[in-house]
Design a protein around this ligand. Structure first.
Ligand SMILES: Cc1cc2nc3c(=O)[nH]c(=O)nc-3n(C[C@H](O)[C@H](O)[C@H](O)COP(=O)(O)O)c2cc1C
Ligand code: SF4
Length: 678
């Protein structure tokens, strides 16, 4: 068999990289006090252990106090970071992975009310839409100060024993200098392309003066902004050639696009339903033109595409960043001939969207990523084999079945419908969200390999469950939509699920009351609009779709803005009544506005789900623990040992939306952390 191109080593100056797969910079917002402490370290070490060639730590680690953290960035302007970085790099090196770090000054891509509340700076007053600060236009003393801040930070990195540095130059200060859209300074730091490049060249020179000529230094840089008036591809190639000619740059990590808006960011880092590897050819063209080591990442989510990227010579190192959040063991699985076992990244972008909400990056269907200290990526065998019945084959049920089977238990799954997946199947009705089925399919395949028995079209009542004489029962029966939210007229409305499942035909003139603010409402609106309907989405919240985060909203807006869909915020549907053969919907407001009426032909309500919990409550008196979960044990990772009913026949646990409406990650996390100790 020919050697796998992905597993071939690569020599970058003195640094031997053991294969071609890297994780590119991604700030997972795990820092504690701005430092990469135990949680941060454990995350990178897991990937190093499993074979990644290089892990680019941080993402946008801040070099200066006036580049305050907007997503819990590492603070490289502090000396105390050195020992923390040293521990992290030593621990990764022990497992054979190279370790670099991305440094940046965010320029205008931050907020003035973070950190030390210093003025936000940029080479012009142009505001970045995403972070909303109106920047101060930089003065000579800002420029000189920040150049030495870069050099100081680089010295800290070298002192910590890392293998290299990457400077962030897309959407951040360095390329804010490059782009005519964000630099209206005059020479020497503005004006011509040479002037606009001067800041970057001065930063490189200052860094080299501290770390020497051998230390590895690269740029992750935009070489085509794809924005009117911004850097063109020709500008980008000219920049790349000048960087090479400086003799101070060892690699280019090629980026295409702009990140000043949510839409731009989403084209640069595409999510599910968007093209795979859309900028790979561009990266290849840069490599061919400039003849420098080229790294690249942008939705190369599967091994076949990564292999193509290397085999075709488009890039030297390929980033599989979100793919490693979904499965940190990709390289090991390739080496072991177990590619089929790789947990797929389904492009849900829960990870990246969360950091802009101030949360840590978590993968929608791998709850262990970022929680390595408390939840292992590998399931340990249980001391004894037990009989486990799982009711429900949605995400929580499938995860409970998978983990239990990995533990070595005998597992049977009872599912009322003919197929696994639960609510994920509804989400995947949208062609754009079809990849969500990967969450289901991967679990079903893993379960089948582990010998889990599935009984579909099987109603799990008490008899069906107890007939298996289980030791443990997981009830993961999910939820059903709840539409009883009106003062009058609940019987006249349909649920968003009815529309998505096709049980109710979309109306022509529809009021969609969204009191949950999640995907279901916008997905239903898309279905109605696609059928030719007009939709007004009404929400009592101060923004629409508050549970859909920035990048996930982009594809919805692209489709809904082209359709006959409008949004009304801060109004609450009060009641619905018949009006001839139409419906009169009355809207009120929490703010005291006068009621308004709409006459439409369909009212759709999206108000989350209520638990389907009959089975749980029927089983409860028969169980040893009466359904109770010992949260202390759960959070410490200890075995559940509740025996409040010693005469009970089995232990009983309820998971996911069968407890309360949450999301896929919560459902899978519920199951993973409980089942691993059973
Ligand atoms: C949680 C998260 C944070 C990120 N933060 C950064 C960052 O700080 N700097 C950066 O250059 N890229 C950042 N990225 C982008 C990744 O480096 C990468 O370009 C992107 O995820 C596309 O590659 P992928 O499809 O292999 O995930 C981040 C990505 C994620 C998922
Ligand atoms: S949340 Fe989605 S995009 Fe992010 S790593 Fe997980 S599967 Fe991939």
């Amino acid at each position: 068999m020919p050697a796998d191109p992905l597993l071939q080593p690569y020599q970058l100056k003195h640094l031997s990289l053991r294969n071609r797969i890297i994780t590119t910079a991604h700030e997972p917002a795990y820092a504690e006090d701005g430092m990469p402490k135990a949680k941060y370290r454990a995350y990178h070490v897991e990937r190093a252990k499993a074979g990644v060639a290089m892990t680019m730590t941080a993402g946008s680690a801040s070099v200066a106090r006036d580049s305050p953290p907007v997503f819990n960035n590492l603070l490289l302007y502090r000396d105390e970071v050195v020992p923390w970085l040293r521990e992290l790099s030593d621990a990764c090196h022990e497992h054979g992975a190279a370790v670099m770090i991305q440094l940046t000054h965010l320029g205008r891509r931050t907020r003035w009310d973070k950190g030390d509340w210093l003025p936000v700076v940029s080479p012009s007053h142009a505001r970045e839409a995403s972070h909303r600060a109106f920047p101060k236009r930089m003065e000579d003393w800002d420029i000189a100060r920040i150049i030495s801040n870069y050099a100081d930070a680089a010295e800290r990195v070298a002192a910590a024993g890392l293998d290299g540095i990457e400077l962030e130059a897309y959407g951040h200060l360095i390329d804010q200098f490059w782009s005519p859209l964000t630099n209206d300074l005059e020479a020497p730091y503005g004006g011509s392309l040479d002037g606009r490049l001067q800041f970057a060249l001065d930063v490189l020179k200052a860094i080299r003066s501290r770390v020497g000529p051998d230390f590895i230094l690269g740029l992750r840089c935009v070489l085509d902004e794809t924005a009117e008036g911004g850097l063109t591809r020709d500008d980008g190639l000219a920049i790349a050639h000048r960087l090479k000619a400086s003799g101070r740059v060892d690699f280019l990590n090629v980026v295409r696009g702009h990140i000043d808006t949510d839409a731009g960011l989403t084209d640069l880092i595409p999510i599910q339903g968007m093209a795979s590897a859309p900028h790979l050819d561009f990266a290849g063209a840069v490599r061919a033109d400039v003849a420098m080591p080229v790294f690249h990442a942008a939705r190369v989510g599967d091994v076949a595409t990564a292999r193509h990227a290397i085999a075709s010579g488009k890039v030297d190192m390929i980033g599989m960043t979100r793919a490693h959040l979904a499965d940190p063991h990709i390289v090991r699985k390739i080496m072991d001939g177990r590619e089929a076992d790789i947990r797929p990244c389904v492009g849900a972008n829960y990870c990246l969207d969360r950091i802009y909400q101030g949360g840590e990056a978590y993968c929608i269907h791998n709850p262990a990523s970022g929680r390595e200290l408390t939840l292992s990526h590998s399931v340990e065998k249980a001391p004894g084999r037990r009989k486990i019945v799982v009711a429900g084959a949605g995400p929580a049920g499938l995860e409970a079945a998978r983990v239990s089977a990995e533990r070595g238990h005998e597992v049977v799954v009872l599912e009322a419908s003919g197929k696994p997946g639960g609510q994920l199947r509804l989400a995947a009705q949208s062609p754009r969200r079809r990849e969500m089925l990967g969450i289901v399919d991967w679990r079903v395949e893993q379960c089948q390999k582990l010998g889990v028995a599935f009984q579909f079209d099987t109603w799990a009542d008490v008899e069906a469950v107890t007939a298996h004489q289980p030791d443990v029962v997981f009830v993961a029966t999910g939820g059903i939509p709840h539409t009883e939210v009106l003062k009058r007229g609940d019987d006249l409305v349909v649920s968003a699920w009815d529309i998505l499942s096709g049980q109710v035909k979309p109306g022509a003139d529809v009021l969609l009351f969204d009191d949950a603010g999640d995907h279901t409402a916008l997905q239903a609106a898309e279905v109605i609009a696609a059928a030719g309907g007009k939709v007004e989405i009404v929400t009592p919240d101060r923004t629409f779709a508050p549970e859909i985060m920035a990048m996930n909203l982009v594809p919805y807006m692209r489709s809904l803005q082209r359709s006959n869909v409008t949004f009304t915020v801060t109004y609450r549907l009060q009641s619905v009544a018949l009006d001839g053969n139409r419906l009169r919907a009355t809207l009120g407001s929490d703010y005291g506005a006068v009621d308004q009426d709409r006459v439409v032909d369909q009212v759709v309500v999206n108000h989350g789900t209520r638990p389907v919990d009959d089975l749980y409550f029927e089983l409860k008196p028969l169980s040893r623990n009466l359904g109770a979960v010992d949260y202390g044990a759960l959070l410490q990772g200890a075995t559940q040992a509740d025996l409040r009913n010693p005469d009970g026949q089995f232990d009983l646990y309820r998971l996911g939306d069968a407890v309360a409406a949450r999301n896929v990650h919560a459902a899978i996390y519920d199951a993973a952390r409980l089942a691993k100790d059973i």
